[in-house]
Design a protein around this ligand. Structure first.
Ligand code: AMP
Length: 604
């Protein structure tokens, strides 16, 4: 029951209906990811499937696309049921279905989860969505009440089955599967395959195809690998800060879609870099031209998709930036192999969102190398680097300038005599003029607008927004769409704990936005803190080991009685101040050498 990795270079080859192929191409997907290439043909045939894949591999499309093609939009009854561990994922998956089905008139998908108004859900269910995406608890509720009809269901997907197991939903999942009449197709996706999951698979997926994307081990010891945990500062701003402070000669930036290659190239160009896109939409001649321009220094940055960069060999590439995480570990190894060539040392930087942490660990396991966490360069670091480059460029220019300098010397002399301006003032004015478009003094960090729902924020951002020591942060509304669960942490007042420590640790380590950190209560020996229901277990595992005031938090769901004076869910959380000093540098890896990147002559 095992499947070899399939090499498919285009969505046209998978047997999907034309409208869906057109839709993914429009979204900007160039080639199917390995899990998509392997799963789509199996699910299109109506067969069941057991897929080992994590978030970030493109697994959502690997079931959404083939199942969409099996849906009859004229029928207003549930045909596909997707179970997800969290409501956040339910919403994401429902959105993905909607996106891929944008040209399917009459198609409806409905996410259902706890905490959402039942009356509204019943009304929405009566409208006859063909795809239901829900968390096990709420799906069970509807099945018991008879408000979710399974008689017309053709397929059930278990997404992140191991997470559902860890959250204690596996028996519910088992029960739900029993309610869906045969013959039905089941697709089970899981990042790991513990015994309990295999048991479910044996019971409900007999004869299913098993697909796993094998990770080959490779060594990449000529490359320094780092990752930045994405949140708070948007990826584009983070990228520019990194490009300003890294000492790079040429760089290749990997993104997932061809649209993103163009978008990023434009943004970098606007910021003064010589950058260009490299994607599968470009014909061979144009691609070769771009690579040649990179070789002969007409370009410094290329933004590429995996396919377009295949086999790219340019010695001067010092940096590979994985702006979007790759689908699998092999793609990662391929990507970073574009640097560190010809015996040189290269740098690879990976952007990892909190949900993609599993993929980061998988990469570390496959390459048997640790990827170091890096901090985003602060604005001060960017400014320092600009000053350094400015000084160097003036020195370089004065050595290289070929013009008749006597004329200019006389001009400056006249200026001082005629206007009684000192030489320093003249020089300072000219220096100011030169840096006008690329200022050497950066304004302070701007206030950010409140983030979108569910978006997590980076600790740096929180620190910078949190203000100076002692400054109280403005109280914000507790989100109304989130169910909180009370957790217990094994650190208390007797350890010297303050609420700010708890917020700091959780925000820093889990990247959770402050409004999603609910009430905090301190007791002598322990404390409690409210966090959103359905916290991913990798985040909780990480928080268990996180130390505050030198003590491991050992976080666990609080089984004690709810505090009487604080009914759950209807009081705004306290807003403890954040104690971390502004712009604190958490010790990034030192750069290879301090020589500045040579600015382009036309760089502003
Ligand atoms: P998933 O693993 O399903 O959570 O997908 C991760 C991200 O990859 C999502 O943002 C998808 O939109 C994107 N994605 C999925 N398949 C492809 C593809 N074939 N090409 C480019 N991006 C993709």
């Amino acid at each position: 029951m095992s499947s070899e990795e399939t090499v498919v270079s285009s969505f046209d080859e998978l047997g999907l209906p034309e409208a869906l192929v057109a839709s993914v191409k429009e979204i900007g997907y160039e080639t199917p990811s390995p899990i998509q290439a392997a799963s789509i043909p199996v699910l299109l045939k109506g067969e069941s499937l057991l897929g080992q894949a994590q978030t970030g591999t493109g697994k959502t499309a690997s079931f959404a696309l083939p199942l969409l093609s099996r849906i009859d939009v004229r029928q207003n009854s549930p045909q596909v049921l997707v179970l997800t561990p969290t409501r956040e994922l339910a919403i994401q998956v429902a959105e993905a279905f909607q996106r891929y089905a944008r040209d399917m008139r009459g198609f409806h998908v409905l996410p259902i989860y706890g905490g959402h108004s039942m009356t509204l859900q019943l009304k929405q269910l009566r409208r006859g969505p063909q795809v239901i995406v829900g968390t096990p608890g709420r799906v069970m509720d509807h099945l018991r009440r008879g408000t979710l009809d399974t008689s017309t269901m053709k397929a059930v997907v278990l997404d992140e089955a191991d997470e559902m197991l860890k959250m204690g939903f596996i028996d519910d999942v088992d029960w739900i599967l029993e309610q869906v009449p045969q013959p039905r197709q089941v697709a089970l996706f899981s990042a790991t395959m513990p015994n309990e999951i295999r048991k479910v698979a044996r019971r409900h997926l007999d004869g299913a195809q098993e697909i796993s994307i094998a990770a080959k081990t490779s060594t990449v010891d000529t490359i320094n690998q780092r990752y930045w945990q994405v949140s708070g500062v948007n990826k584009m701003d983070a990228l520019t800060r990194i490009m300003e402070t890294e000492n790079f000669d040429a760089a290749i930036i990997f993104v997932r879609t061809k649209n993103a290659t163009v978008e990023l190239a434009e943004k970098l160009e606007a910021r003064g870099y010589s950058a260009s896109a490299l994607n599968g939409d470009m014909n061979q001649a144009l691609r070769e031209r771009t690579v040649n321009q990179l070789k002969n220094r007409k370009l410094d940055i290329v933004i590429a998709t995996d396919v377009a960069a295949r086999g790219l060999d340019v010695e001067r590439i010092t940096h590979v930036i994985n702006y979007d995480i790759p689908y699998d570990t092999e793609a990662y190894v391929h990507r970073i192999g574009r640097t560190g060539r010809a015996g040189r040392i290269g740098d690879a930087i990976l952007f990892v969102t909190p949900r993609e942490r599993g993929m980061l660990r998988a990469i570390e396991r496959a390459t048997r190398q640790r990827i170091e966490r890096m901090d985003l360069p602060t604005r001060e670091m960017v400014a320092d680097q600009r000053v350094k480059q400015f000084k160097d460029s003036v020195v370089e220019m004065s050595a290289a300038v070929g013009a008749d300098m006597d004329f200019f010397r006389k001009l400056i002399q006249q200026l001082t005599e005629e206007n009684e301006i000192s030489l320093e003032d003249i020089a300072a004015t000219l220096a100011w003029k030169v840096q006008e478009k690329r200022p050497l003094i950066l304004p302070p960090e701007p206030e950010r607008p409140p983030r979108e729902r569910n978006e997590r924020r980076d600790r740096n951002d929180r620190n910078e927004r949190g203000g100076e020591r002692g400054e109280r942060r403005p109280r914000r509304e507790r989100p109304t769409d989130v169910d909180f669960v009370r957790y217990r942490i094994e650190v208390g007042r007797s350890d010297g704990l303050q609420p700010g420590d708890v917020v700091g640790a959780i925000a820093n380590e889990a990247g959770i936005e402050s409004k999603y950190i609910g009430n905090i209560r301190l007791y002598d020996q322990f404390s409690t803190v409210e966090l959103p229901d359905g916290m991913p277990s990798d985040v909780l595992n990480h928080l268990q080991k996180t130390r505050v005031r030198q003590v491991a938090m050992n976080i666990s769901v609080d089984k004690g009685p709810a505090p009487k004076d604080e009914p759950r869910g209807d009081r705004p959380p306290r807003r403890p101040r954040n104690d971390r000093p502004r712009g604190e540098n958490r010790g990034g890896r030192p750069r290879r050498n301090d020589a500045p990147r040579k600015p382009r002559s036309d760089e502003s």
